[in-house]
Design a protein around this ligand. Sequence first.
Ligand code: SF4
Length: 461
Amino acid sequence: MNALPGKLNLSEWDDRYEQLRAGGLSEPAYGGPLRRHVIRERDFRLEQLRFDNSPAALRLWNFLLTENERLHQARARGCQIVGTMKDLGTVPVMAYSLPGVRAFYPDGAWWTPCLMECSDRLLQQAEAMGIDASFCPVRAMLPAFLNGEHFPRPDLLVCSTGAVCDDFSAIAQRLEHLGQPVLWWEMPRRRQPVAGEISCGLPGQLVAPEIQVACVRSELQRVGQALGELARRNLDDVLLAEGIRAANRVRRLLQTLRTTVYTAPAAPLPALEMLVVEMLAIHFCSDREEALAVLEGLLAEAQSRVRQGRFVIEPEAARIFWVNPVADLRAMNLLEDFGGRICGSDFMFAHALDLIPEDLPPLEALARTALADPMVGPTSDRAARIIRECQAGRAEAVVISRIPGASHCAREGEIICGLVREKMGIPAIELEIPPVCDALLPALGSRLQALMETVRARRTR
Ligand code: SF4
């Protein structure tokens, strides 16, 4: 059953799955061959990807790709479903504190056109609703909401507003105008305290004025009341504190996994699986306990490979810090094809990786964590964390993947690139990755190849 670490395409995984089954592979209820996601869900993109060959990675992919199915099953069992939009990591901690409540991000629909290679026609349907390609791929969420073919209609939909990109704000407002009630909560744009203001420390070595923390705290209290009404149970401090401890168990495991993979002499797990596993932090892929089990499996695999000195990527690969998630997952394979490996990442939800303080009143702790969101403060704050993590991970270059149409990053990439070059003296480039990047493969390949050559040339100086 054990195999040397490596990457397999879907056909190779068909064979590997049969071998694992014959060897007595034990799987959770959502387990099965990866191929079925192509056949049943039309996730055609899987045929273009290469996956880690471990049973732990198989479990991760099956967990990810069965989320909608598991949400429908949870509803059938009587669970309440909460759609939470934009905050990436805070409201789900509150929702999962209540028994019988599941939270998910409809925002995640932005991956659907890529996984289905646009056969879902969500982007075209969004365009017919007036949300064209000048918006980022999150526009796929709008028709997915209305046609009900992807995720279940939530019993409660919560969305942060204020310090939110124009794309999301416009799309969420359109959703409300089309008849979907939304519980809005205000997220102020994080700023430095001015003279005379009380300042508050936030996770991620950030600070904010106490008045902003108080604002977020009272907004989250309102969200908590709505969640409690939905669950018919008061979301009190005892429940919230336990919810925070449970979320921190996930975050601790993820921190250990990231450190294990990103600091190893060579990569024990591929970049693609690391992108997927980091996403578990934001809403536990709709099942907090199972997310823990998936993480434990991957951590055990990564640690065992490091102990045995067996890696999926060669040790001489260029150490790349990757910024922003990619709409087309194939881009993560591409990085490795051209001689790179990930040594750190900022997939836009760094605050969901930080531990939530357990020594503060729960709502205060959550408010501080929410305000540490890299996307609600100045780009210079985000760049400072990226530079710190590049230094810790001995990054040799930074890649910022631009998201087509995304209003959040019109100049953000340029600012981060400039600061990385100035403070670290390493190359930094921006690449635009569309939902299906096949047409751009030669251009993307050339840019990545040039970057790796630059890194190798710098090593011999
Ligand atoms: S513009 Fe950026 S932050 Fe906003 S929804 Fe799109 S990708 Fe997310």
